[in-house]
Design a protein around this ligand. Structure first.
Ligand code: ADP
Ligand code: MG
Length: 697
């Protein structure tokens, strides 16, 4: 029964079955494991006499009359009179004329909805209704709310899961009784029943705890297995790397800056790992601009001085090229042979490099993931470094294992709090760089209303006249490179008219690699004043002379992504600016925030720019989604990626913040990744239950 197809077990139409299938729900079991995203507590009943306008009221009583009325604009209003022992109230539904056939005068019902005071009387607006029964599903209880999509509503899901819920009895538990007892967890079958139809809050909490625990526990088990297997794989190889103190001192001496404490600590962590008889698997996490590259470079340097090879991989060719160039410069004096490998190389170039890696005439190869995809053979690879690791999957790691399981250093700028990182990257040891190099000026961020757009363009122009450069980021077009490229191209054409005297460049994902390289190198050389780009420049690009970034359609980006983009500026000595534009129609007409901005940003007659460093403009266009406004305001008020991540987690939850596409963080169904206590327990439990079987060290 658990594995029966829903098409055979629930009464519905193919349209619904298809929709469910798209959500990955095919069987009864799948359906039972489709958990609510939240709950509405409608268990507290009120009476007509007690109705309040500021909250959802749940009422029990009778329908006295019900009629459909057509409005002058052609819409249908369904109006009913509802009453209980304390009084009567009008109920209004919009465009649901079928309700008149479902609810009859005289019916006993439960209604849940908000009340509004209009035309001198109170009315209950579009309430959820349910006939009074022994077992209420939709009102008068703690009501589960599911992710809704097109035709699938929470109400529909509740009514379809309810008859199936007893099948939970047959679910076999996944945790041992020992663990359940130790961590005071209820049985899986009970948790499933409760999660859909909780009778009270304590039950619901117990079910949540059980299911959340399980989710994290599974993640931890997988992570720990990965970690220990990685170690064991190379156990006997012993790629033990000495610390080459003198050489390191020599290279540190020629750096144009002193390492920050956090950078030094990171280097120490890594060098200590490299000494061990099993391969490192470490994640270096540091905010944009915190200087991860030099840490990686020093590790690479030390390994090469031990006589081994090193590979550095970046997610895009643009970024890989940049690393290649800076490492060439850095290592120029040290007799290290650096080369570059990526998809765009010609066949003969590739051949030469593949040969060089095989015969160890190349010490350091910098490139894209093509390095490990092109059947490259290393003479003796001892360290693989992966920049912006969230785009680097377990699969690639398996390939690396094929090269004798080298030490692995991953780097990410995704600011994930430590406990969270422990969960999602539980297979790696973690080093966090928590300080920026000294002397950085804080980037000034402003939300710019539409009517100040021209001023902002003039601001950009004035800065460019002073010798600086700017980025303009085009809106995110979900899931379509092609449309995104097209709209970026249009924006580019439009901006050429706005800035007729400046050199503009365009960069998007659909361009040929050679074209991208060309544009990037022109921008680096300051031959282009403004780079109009999609998010392809999101990661890693380092052009210190660029000090303004304008982001169009900013509300479409997550905070983490906005922060990454903003991190493209603020790298040089000049004061940097980030201007956020919204693409919503509302923002174009919002007056209050534009007034705010005009106070902050003024271009005087003489062309002088002044920007009062006042607090965030309190732009809160009424119609704009409050969450969007809060998010953009957070960008204005905070510069720390970690702080922003925290806020974003609060506003949107981990699933959305660290979408799978961006960071490999799973979209957990039940566990809260901010529940540190639960994470710790699950981690401990995973260590405990694996320790007897596979832990190698
Ligand atoms: P990210 O961590 O974002 O990869 P990068 O490694 O690109 O950061 O470094 C950002 C910039 O800061 C680079 O221009 C780099 O040369 C510079 N930098 C790195 N470490 C320091 C330091 N300790 N002091 C001053 N500048 C530094
Ligand atoms: Mg970087």
């Amino acid at each position: 029964m658990l594995n029966s197809y829903l098409s055979d077990t629930i009464k519905t139409t193919p349209a619904y079955i298809n929709k469910l299938r798209k959500l990955g729900i095919k069987t009864v079991k799948d359906f039972l494991f489709y958990f609510p995203r939240g709950y509405q507590d409608l268990s507290g009943l009120t009476t007509v006499a007690e109705i309040r306008t500021d909250e959802v009221n749940t009422l029990k009583g009778n329908i006295h009359s019900i009629v459909n009325i057509r409005t002058r604009t052609g819409k249908t209003l369904t109006k009913a009179i509802f009453g209980d022992e304390t009084g009567r109230i009008e109920v209004v539904w919009f465009n649901q004329k079928y309700l008149k056939n479902m609810i009859r005068a005289g019916d006993s019902v439960l209604l849940s909805g908000k009340a509004k005071f209009a035309f001198g009387k109170m009315a209950l607006m579009s309430p959820t209704y349910e006939p009074l029964k022994l077992d209420q599903l939709h009102t008068g209880r703690i009501v589960p709310v599911y992710h809704e999509s097109e035709i699938i509503t929470s109400k529909w899901i509740r009514s379809k899961i309810h008859p199936l819920i007893e099948n939970s009895e047959k679910i076999t538990d996944t945790l041992s009784s020992e663990l359940k007892e130790k961590y005071q967890l209820i049985d899986l079958k009970d948790a499933i029943k409760i999660i859909h139809f909780p009778k009270n809050q304590p039950d619901l909490e117990a079910a949540r705890k059980r299911l959340g625990f399980e989710e994290i526990f599974e993640l931890q088990i997988t992570a720990l297995k990965n970690k220990w297997e990685w170690r064991r794989a190379a156990e006997k190889k012993g790629l033990t790397i000495r610390i080459e103190k003198d050489c390191l001192k020599e290279i540190l001496d020629i750096l144009p800056f002193k390492l920050t404490d956090a950078q030094q600590q990171s280097v120490v962590d890594i060098l200590n790992d490299l000494k061990k008889p099993y391969p490192m698997m470490r994640l270096l996490e540091g905010d944009v601009g915190s200087g991860k590259t030099i840490v990686a470079a020093l590790a690479a340097f030390n390994v090469i001085k031990n006589g081994y090879q090193v590979a550095i991989m970046a997610p895009t060719e643009v970024l890989a090229k940049q690393h290649f160039k800076s490492l060439m410069t850095l290592f120029a004096k040290f007799n290290i042979r650096v080369d570059f490998l990526a998809g765009s190389l010609t066949a003969s170039e590739k051949k030469r490099i593949i040969m060089g890696l095989k015969t160890h005439t190349i010490d350091l190869i910098v490139g894209t993931h093509a390095i490990i995809q092109d059947k490259v053979d290393f003479a003796n690879l001892a360290l693989a470094i992966v920049d912006e690791q969230h785009r680097f999957g377990v699969k690639q790691r398996d390939i690396l294992a094929g090269y004798g399981t080298p030490h692995l250093l991953s780097m990410t700028a995704t600011p994930i709090p430590r406990t969270l990182a422990m969960t999602v990257y539980g297979d790696q040891d973690l080093t966090i760089i928590d300080e920026l190099p000294p002397g950085r000026k804080e980037i000034i961020t402003r939300i710019v209303p539409e009517i100040k757009r021209i001023d902002a363009y003039r601001w950009v122009e004035n800065n460019i006249l002073k010798g600086n450069q700017a980025y303009i980021i085009c809106p995110l077009v979900e899931d379509s490179d092609a449309i995104e490229a097209k709209s970026a191209t249009q924006e580019y054409e439009r901006l050429r008219l706005v800035f007729p005297n400046l050199n503009l460049g365009l960069l998007h994902g659909r361009m040929k690699q050679s074209g991208k390289d060309d544009i990037m190198s022109k921008f680096v050389k300051n031959e282009l004043h403004i780079l109009i780009s999609t998010t392809v420049i999101e990661v890693g690009i380092d052009v210190p002379n660029a000090n303004i970034i304008m982001i169009e359609g900013a509300e479409r980006f997550g905070l983490a992504q906005l922060h990454q983009l903003r991190g493209r500026v603020g790298r040089g000595k000049e004061q940097s600016y980030c201007f956020l534009f919204q693409s919503t129609a509302e923002s174009r007409t919002d007056k209050s925030s534009s007034d705010q901005f005009s106070k902050n940003l003024t271009v005087t007659a003489s062309g002088q720019i002044s920007l009062a460093a006042v607090a965030a403009p309190a732009s809160s266009p009424q119609k704009t989604n409050q969450q969007i406004t809060d998010r953009l305001k957070a960008m204005v008020n905070h510069t720390s990626g970690f702080k922003l991540a925290e806020i974003d987690l609060e506003l949107r939850g981990p699933g959305e913040v660290y979408g799978v596409r961006q960071s490999g963080i799973p979209d957990l169904k039940m566990a809260s990744l901010s529940d540190i206590e639960l994470i710790k327990l699950a981690r401990e439990a995973a260590e405990f239950s694996l320790s007897s079987s596979i832990k190698p060290f």
